[in-house]
Design a binder for this molecule. Structure first.
Ligand code: ZN
Ligand code: ZN
Length: 306
Protein backbone atom coordinates (compact mmCIF):
# COMPACT_ATOMS: atom_id res chain seq x y z
CA UNK A 1 0.00 0.00 0.00
CA UNK A 2 1.51 3.29 -1.04
CA UNK A 3 0.46 6.48 0.64
CA UNK A 4 2.77 8.72 -1.35
CA UNK A 5 0.26 9.39 -4.13
CA UNK A 6 -2.82 9.66 -1.96
CA UNK A 7 -4.64 12.93 -1.69
CA UNK A 8 -3.74 14.98 1.35
CA UNK A 9 -6.45 14.79 4.00
CA UNK A 10 -6.95 17.41 6.75
CA UNK A 11 -5.55 14.89 9.27
CA UNK A 12 -2.26 14.87 7.34
CA UNK A 13 -1.93 18.58 8.00
CA UNK A 14 -2.19 18.36 11.78
CA UNK A 15 1.60 18.03 12.39
CA UNK A 16 2.54 21.10 10.29
CA UNK A 17 -0.40 23.02 11.81
CA UNK A 18 0.87 22.24 15.31
CA UNK A 19 4.35 23.47 14.38
CA UNK A 20 2.76 26.70 13.15
CA UNK A 21 0.92 27.08 16.47
CA UNK A 22 4.16 26.48 18.41
CA UNK A 23 6.10 29.06 16.38
CA UNK A 24 3.32 31.66 16.57
CA UNK A 25 3.07 31.14 20.31
CA UNK A 26 6.79 31.66 21.02
CA UNK A 27 6.94 34.57 18.58
CA UNK A 28 3.88 36.49 19.69
CA UNK A 29 2.68 35.45 23.18
CA UNK A 30 2.64 38.18 25.85
CA UNK A 31 6.08 38.86 27.33
CA UNK A 32 4.97 37.88 30.84
CA UNK A 33 4.14 34.37 29.58
CA UNK A 34 7.31 34.06 27.49
CA UNK A 35 9.48 35.11 30.45
CA UNK A 36 7.78 32.78 32.89
CA UNK A 37 10.10 29.79 33.57
CA UNK A 38 7.05 27.51 33.91
CA UNK A 39 5.82 28.11 30.37
CA UNK A 40 8.15 25.55 28.75
CA UNK A 41 7.38 23.14 31.59
CA UNK A 42 3.72 23.35 30.55
CA UNK A 43 4.00 23.49 26.74
CA UNK A 44 6.32 20.46 26.38
CA UNK A 45 4.04 17.89 28.06
CA UNK A 46 0.99 19.64 26.59
CA UNK A 47 2.22 18.76 23.08
CA UNK A 48 2.51 15.09 24.04
CA UNK A 49 -0.93 15.10 25.70
CA UNK A 50 -2.58 16.63 22.61
CA UNK A 51 -0.97 14.03 20.31
CA UNK A 52 -1.92 11.24 22.71
CA UNK A 53 -5.55 12.42 22.56
CA UNK A 54 -5.32 12.47 18.74
CA UNK A 55 -4.42 8.75 18.93
CA UNK A 56 -7.94 8.07 20.19
CA UNK A 57 -9.58 10.04 17.38
CA UNK A 58 -7.32 9.21 14.41
CA UNK A 59 -5.85 5.81 15.31
CA UNK A 60 -3.27 4.45 12.87
CA UNK A 61 -2.99 0.78 13.96
CA UNK A 62 -5.19 -1.10 16.38
CA UNK A 63 -2.12 -3.08 17.47
CA UNK A 64 -0.52 0.12 18.77
CA UNK A 65 -3.52 1.15 20.88
CA UNK A 66 -2.35 2.42 24.24
CA UNK A 67 -3.33 0.54 27.40
CA UNK A 68 -2.81 1.14 31.10
CA UNK A 69 0.58 -0.61 31.29
CA UNK A 70 1.95 1.22 28.25
CA UNK A 71 0.59 4.54 29.49
CA UNK A 72 2.15 4.18 32.96
CA UNK A 73 5.52 3.14 31.50
CA UNK A 74 5.51 6.09 29.10
CA UNK A 75 4.52 8.40 31.95
CA UNK A 76 7.40 7.09 34.11
CA UNK A 77 9.94 7.87 31.37
CA UNK A 78 8.42 11.25 30.57
CA UNK A 79 8.76 12.29 34.21
CA UNK A 80 12.26 10.77 34.45
CA UNK A 81 13.38 12.74 31.37
CA UNK A 82 11.88 15.99 32.59
CA UNK A 83 13.45 15.69 36.05
CA UNK A 84 16.50 13.44 36.65
CA UNK A 85 17.81 13.29 33.07
CA UNK A 86 17.33 17.00 32.46
CA UNK A 87 19.06 17.83 35.80
CA UNK A 88 21.99 15.53 34.93
CA UNK A 89 22.31 17.13 31.48
CA UNK A 90 22.38 20.56 33.08
CA UNK A 91 24.97 19.64 35.72
CA UNK A 92 27.23 17.31 33.73
CA UNK A 93 27.08 18.87 30.27
CA UNK A 94 25.59 22.35 29.95
CA UNK A 95 27.10 23.99 33.05
CA UNK A 96 30.65 22.74 32.22
CA UNK A 97 30.12 23.82 28.60
CA UNK A 98 29.14 27.32 29.76
CA UNK A 99 32.18 27.43 32.08
CA UNK A 100 34.51 26.52 29.19
CA UNK A 101 32.82 29.10 27.02
CA UNK A 102 33.31 31.92 29.53
CA UNK A 103 36.87 30.89 30.49
CA UNK A 104 37.90 30.92 26.82
CA UNK A 105 36.10 34.21 26.33
CA UNK A 106 33.99 32.84 23.49
CA UNK A 107 31.21 35.17 22.47
CA UNK A 108 28.64 34.46 19.79
CA UNK A 109 26.71 37.70 19.79
CA UNK A 110 26.26 37.29 16.03
CA UNK A 111 23.88 34.43 16.79
CA UNK A 112 21.61 36.66 18.85
CA UNK A 113 21.62 39.19 16.00
CA UNK A 114 20.15 36.71 13.53
CA UNK A 115 16.43 36.91 12.65
CA UNK A 116 14.33 35.04 15.21
CA UNK A 117 13.24 32.29 12.80
CA UNK A 118 16.86 31.74 11.73
CA UNK A 119 17.78 31.29 15.39
CA UNK A 120 15.04 28.67 15.73
CA UNK A 121 16.37 26.89 12.62
CA UNK A 122 19.94 27.03 13.95
CA UNK A 123 18.94 25.44 17.27
CA UNK A 124 16.96 22.70 15.50
CA UNK A 125 19.96 22.00 13.27
CA UNK A 126 22.46 21.93 16.18
CA UNK A 127 20.30 19.58 18.27
CA UNK A 128 19.42 17.31 15.35
CA UNK A 129 22.92 17.15 13.89
CA UNK A 130 24.25 15.92 17.25
CA UNK A 131 21.37 13.48 17.75
CA UNK A 132 21.71 12.09 14.24
CA UNK A 133 25.35 11.10 14.74
CA UNK A 134 24.80 9.92 18.31
CA UNK A 135 21.91 7.75 17.10
CA UNK A 136 23.96 6.41 14.18
CA UNK A 137 26.83 5.64 16.56
CA UNK A 138 24.41 3.76 18.80
CA UNK A 139 23.50 1.51 15.88
CA UNK A 140 27.15 0.86 14.98
CA UNK A 141 28.99 0.37 18.28
CA UNK A 142 28.08 -2.39 20.73
CA UNK A 143 28.48 -0.46 24.02
CA UNK A 144 26.35 2.37 22.64
CA UNK A 145 23.86 -0.08 21.13
CA UNK A 146 23.35 -1.69 24.55
CA UNK A 147 22.03 1.66 25.79
CA UNK A 148 19.79 2.20 22.73
CA UNK A 149 18.45 -1.34 22.29
CA UNK A 150 15.78 -0.95 25.02
CA UNK A 151 14.17 1.83 22.92
CA UNK A 152 14.00 -0.65 20.02
CA UNK A 153 12.38 -3.28 22.24
CA UNK A 154 9.17 -1.25 22.48
CA UNK A 155 6.44 -3.26 20.76
CA UNK A 156 4.11 -0.42 19.79
CA UNK A 157 4.39 3.27 18.99
CA UNK A 158 2.65 6.01 20.95
CA UNK A 159 3.03 9.75 21.52
CA UNK A 160 5.41 9.51 24.49
CA UNK A 161 7.43 6.51 23.26
CA UNK A 162 10.31 8.78 22.24
CA UNK A 163 11.04 9.13 25.95
CA UNK A 164 11.17 5.39 26.56
CA UNK A 165 14.67 3.99 26.79
CA UNK A 166 17.61 3.19 29.02
CA UNK A 167 18.50 6.23 31.21
CA UNK A 168 22.09 6.28 29.86
CA UNK A 169 20.71 6.61 26.33
CA UNK A 170 18.29 9.33 27.39
CA UNK A 171 21.24 11.26 28.82
CA UNK A 172 23.49 10.72 25.77
CA UNK A 173 20.80 11.73 23.31
CA UNK A 174 20.07 14.93 25.27
CA UNK A 175 23.63 16.26 24.81
CA UNK A 176 23.99 19.29 22.54
CA UNK A 177 26.21 22.30 21.96
CA UNK A 178 23.32 24.80 21.94
CA UNK A 179 24.56 26.27 25.26
CA UNK A 180 27.65 27.57 23.44
CA UNK A 181 25.57 30.03 21.42
CA UNK A 182 24.11 33.33 22.56
CA UNK A 183 20.52 33.07 21.43
CA UNK A 184 17.10 34.46 22.19
CA UNK A 185 15.61 32.18 24.85
CA UNK A 186 12.25 32.10 23.10
CA UNK A 187 13.99 30.87 19.92
CA UNK A 188 15.55 27.99 21.88
CA UNK A 189 12.19 27.10 23.45
CA UNK A 190 10.44 27.36 20.08
CA UNK A 191 13.03 24.96 18.63
CA UNK A 192 12.62 22.52 21.55
CA UNK A 193 8.83 22.53 21.14
CA UNK A 194 9.08 22.21 17.35
CA UNK A 195 11.30 19.13 17.53
CA UNK A 196 8.95 18.01 20.31
CA UNK A 197 5.97 18.15 17.94
CA UNK A 198 7.87 16.40 15.12
CA UNK A 199 9.37 13.59 17.18
CA UNK A 200 6.14 13.06 19.14
CA UNK A 201 4.20 12.56 15.87
CA UNK A 202 7.08 10.39 14.58
CA UNK A 203 6.36 7.95 17.45
CA UNK A 204 2.58 8.38 17.62
CA UNK A 205 -0.29 6.09 16.68
CA UNK A 206 -1.90 8.83 14.58
CA UNK A 207 -2.84 8.33 10.92
CA UNK A 208 -1.36 11.62 9.75
CA UNK A 209 0.91 11.34 6.70
CA UNK A 210 2.14 14.90 6.15
CA UNK A 211 2.77 16.01 2.53
CA UNK A 212 6.21 15.98 0.95
CA UNK A 213 6.95 19.63 1.78
CA UNK A 214 6.92 18.48 5.40
CA UNK A 215 8.27 14.92 5.11
CA UNK A 216 11.20 15.98 2.94
CA UNK A 217 12.63 17.87 5.91
CA UNK A 218 10.96 16.40 8.98
CA UNK A 219 10.74 12.85 10.30
CA UNK A 220 7.28 11.29 10.08
CA UNK A 221 5.76 8.16 11.60
CA UNK A 222 6.35 6.40 8.26
CA UNK A 223 10.12 7.07 8.41
CA UNK A 224 10.44 6.25 12.08
CA UNK A 225 8.17 3.19 12.16
CA UNK A 226 10.44 1.68 9.50
CA UNK A 227 13.40 2.39 11.79
CA UNK A 228 11.59 0.49 14.57
CA UNK A 229 10.89 -2.57 12.38
CA UNK A 230 11.76 -6.03 13.64
CA UNK A 231 14.17 -6.89 10.83
CA UNK A 232 17.75 -5.72 11.28
CA UNK A 233 18.20 -4.15 7.82
CA UNK A 234 15.20 -1.84 8.22
CA UNK A 235 16.58 -0.41 11.46
CA UNK A 236 19.74 0.79 9.72
CA UNK A 237 18.15 3.87 8.18
CA UNK A 238 16.16 7.00 9.06
CA UNK A 239 18.22 7.98 12.12
CA UNK A 240 17.02 11.60 12.20
CA UNK A 241 14.98 12.21 15.33
CA UNK A 242 13.18 15.18 13.79
CA UNK A 243 15.28 16.21 10.79
CA UNK A 244 15.00 13.38 8.24
CA UNK A 245 16.79 15.75 5.86
CA UNK A 246 20.04 14.67 7.55
CA UNK A 247 19.41 11.07 6.45
CA UNK A 248 18.82 12.30 2.90
CA UNK A 249 22.11 14.25 3.05
CA UNK A 250 24.21 11.52 4.69
CA UNK A 251 22.82 8.65 2.63
CA UNK A 252 20.85 6.76 5.28
CA UNK A 253 17.35 7.70 4.08
CA UNK A 254 14.97 4.90 3.21
CA UNK A 255 11.38 5.03 2.00
CA UNK A 256 8.92 2.71 3.69
CA UNK A 257 6.82 2.07 6.73
CA UNK A 258 6.72 -0.43 9.58
CA UNK A 259 3.75 -1.86 11.43
CA UNK A 260 5.26 -4.69 13.46
CA UNK A 261 7.81 -3.04 15.73
CA UNK A 262 10.22 -4.47 18.28
CA UNK A 263 13.31 -6.65 18.54
CA UNK A 264 13.85 -10.37 17.97
CA UNK A 265 10.76 -12.19 19.23
CA UNK A 266 9.03 -8.86 20.11
CA UNK A 267 9.10 -9.53 23.84
CA UNK A 268 8.17 -6.40 25.80
CA UNK A 269 10.79 -5.37 28.36
CA UNK A 270 9.85 -4.21 31.86
CA UNK A 271 11.24 -0.93 33.21
CA UNK A 272 13.74 -2.89 35.31
CA UNK A 273 14.89 -4.88 32.28
CA UNK A 274 15.25 -1.68 30.25
CA UNK A 275 17.28 -0.09 33.05
CA UNK A 276 19.62 -3.08 33.54
CA UNK A 277 19.88 -3.90 29.83
CA UNK A 278 23.40 -2.47 29.16
CA UNK A 279 24.75 -4.32 32.20
CA UNK A 280 23.05 -7.61 31.42
CA UNK A 281 26.15 -9.19 29.79
CA UNK A 282 28.16 -8.34 32.93
CA UNK A 283 25.42 -9.60 35.24
CA UNK A 284 25.17 -12.85 33.24
CA UNK A 285 28.94 -13.36 33.39
CA UNK A 286 28.96 -12.73 37.14
CA UNK A 287 26.12 -15.21 37.67
CA UNK A 288 27.82 -17.83 35.50
CA UNK A 289 31.05 -17.48 37.44
CA UNK A 290 29.22 -17.82 40.74
CA UNK A 291 27.39 -20.89 39.47
CA UNK A 292 30.70 -22.38 38.39
CA UNK A 293 32.26 -21.70 41.76
CA UNK A 294 29.27 -23.12 43.64
CA UNK A 295 29.33 -26.13 41.33
CA UNK A 296 33.02 -26.68 42.05
CA UNK A 297 32.41 -26.41 45.78
CA UNK A 298 29.55 -28.91 45.45
CA UNK A 299 31.81 -31.35 43.52
CA UNK A 300 34.39 -31.19 46.31
CA UNK A 301 31.75 -32.68 48.58
CA UNK A 302 32.45 -30.31 51.47
CA UNK A 303 30.25 -27.47 52.61
CA UNK A 304 30.57 -24.35 50.46
CA UNK A 305 33.31 -22.14 51.86
CA UNK A 306 32.29 -18.64 52.88
ZN1 ZN B 1 17.48 3.54 16.68
ZN1 ZN C 1 12.09 5.76 18.27
Amino acid sequence: MSTSHKKTSPVDLIPPAMIAVVLLFWAFAPKAILDNPWTLVVTSPLIVIVVLLLEFVFERHEGWRINRQEFLTDLYYSVLSATVISWLTQKLAEDPLLAVKSSLGITTQWAAQMPWLAQVALVIFLIEFGQYWMHRLMHNSTPFWLTHAPHHHITQLNAAKGAVGNPIELFLISLSVVALFDLDKTAIFAALNTTGVISTFAHANVRANPPIWYSFFFTTIRHHSLHHSTDYESTRCNYGNSLILLDRIFGTYREGEGVLVGQDDRRRLSILEQTLFPFQPLIDRFKARRRERDGAAGDAGGPAAA
